[in-house]
Design a protein around this ligand. Structure first.
Ligand code: PHE
Length: 380
């Protein structure tokens, strides 16, 4: 599936571009090709789609201002269908067939972890928008991210449990087949116990599981003050429903894997009063956030979520590095990405650190009357 940005340029410019590429058939890459891989269909399409819309908006805005290095950006998008194994395949295609000079993606750590070794193998810089698992950028020196890492998020959640929920006894539920969840559980546990808390139940499930009653029964017997579910939103929402129907009224919370409209669609009343940490709140009154909300709404008719904002930022950070590199040559582009400092992004200032991660604030949201509500922001 390919979206060519030429189609969204003004007609005259598009016609000119078509002419140019027809007359210079020996140099077909008058555009700068950026490869995006995303979960546009399948189980996790919710965030794949908004992340894609954020990226597309950034590319359109950049092209309206003349592109980068005097050339329009061409976004080539591949759908991995939320399927295991598919990201490595499509990313290889983007690099070898389409000759993308850089890659954008993914939101989910599990799929960034599949694609990163391919990008690293070919020496093509990859910028993940929202994969927080520490291992993603450890794959190699071509792999970057514009979001915070799980070691920060786990610390934020441990502190939130101790200071805000006043929880001392926490039950933890982990998706053992999801690297993101496993990482979050480990880091939360380290920080929560270091702060004087105790993990009183340690329950597990696998991606796609639908019945959590056995785990919840064991949790109930351990009488915790709160439950943390470190996996993604589908399972988290079902777990909340079953917890409430088993009479567990205690606070339930999680990480950014909860942040999708489907949490509320699936969870309904059962997710009222739950909390999660994430990267972005559209309610943030800052001028950057409010202006981005307006532009996104004008283009897509919806309020941007964290995945839209981070997708947008990943494209801008890449474009900024391309401009500073002065070339699309991968070594120079990589070096320019490494040198990213204080870049004014929608989700906060971005400085790429020595591990190619970004150090950013997290926000905590709660669900109130079927809507997300801002609770607090936590700086690194
Ligand atoms: N940040 C999550 C990860 O690193 C991605 C995610 C976002 C998953 C939203 C689910 C919902 O894997």
């Amino acid at each position: 599936m390919h979206h060519t940005l030429r189609s969204s340029l003004p007609l005259a410019a598009a016609a000119l571009l078509a002419l140019l590429s027809a007359s210079c058939s020996k140099t077909p890459s008058s555009t700068i090709r950026i490869g995006e891989y995303a979960s546009l269909t399948g189980k996790e399409a919710a965030y794949g789609e908004t992340s894609h819309k954020g990226i597309l908006l950034a590319v359109e805005e950049l092209n309206a201002r003349g592109g980068v290095l005097g050339r329009p950006l061409e976004l080539l998008t591949e759908d991995n269908q939320s399927k295991q194994g598919e990201s490595a395949t499509v990313v290889k295609k983007l690099i070898t067939r389409d000759q993308a000079v850089a890659l954008l993606g993914e939101v989910a750590s599990i799929r960034s972890l599949e694609a990163a070794p391919v990008a690293q193998h070919y020496g093509i810089p990859m910028v993940s928008s929202a994969s927080v698992n520490t291992k993603v950028t450890e794959v190699g020196d071509c792999i970057f991210r514009v979001c915070f890492v799980d070691s920060f998020q786990g610390r934020v959640l441990a502190k939130f449990a101790l200071d805000h929920l006043h929880a001392r006894r926490v039950a933890i539920v982990t998706s053992v087949s999801n690297a993101y969840s496993v990482g979050m559980t480990r880091i939360f546990t380290e920080n929560f116990t270091a702060g004087g808390g105790t993990i009183v139940a340690d329950q597990k499930y696998s991606e796609g599981d639908k019945d959590f009653r056995a785990q919840l029964t064991a949790i109930k017997a351990a009488s915790p003050d709160a439950i943390i579910a470190t996996g993604y939103y589908t399972e988290a929402a079902l777990l909340c429903k079953q917890a409430r129907s088993l009479g567990l009224t205690l606070p339930i919370f999680g990480g950014d894997g909860w942040d999708a409209p489907a949490l509320i669609e699936i969870g309904g009343d059962a997710v009222e009063g739950t909390y999660f940490s994430t990267h972005y709140s559209p309610d943030n009154p800052s001028a950057e956030v409010q202006q981005f909300n307006q532009r996104y709404r004008a283009r897509w008719g919806a309020v941007p979520d964290a995945w839209a904002a981070l997708g947008y930022d990943s494209a801008l950070v890449l474009a900024d590095a391309l401009a500073r590199a002065g070339t699309t040559e991968p070594h120079a582009l990589r070096a320019a990405l490494v040198a990213t400092k204080n870049f004014p992004a929608v989700t906060g200032r971005i400085t790429i650190d020595a591990q190619r991660n970004a150090s950013k604030s997290a926000v905590i949201l709660t669900v109130k009357n079927g809507k997300y509500q801002f609770v607090t922001s936590v700086a690194p």
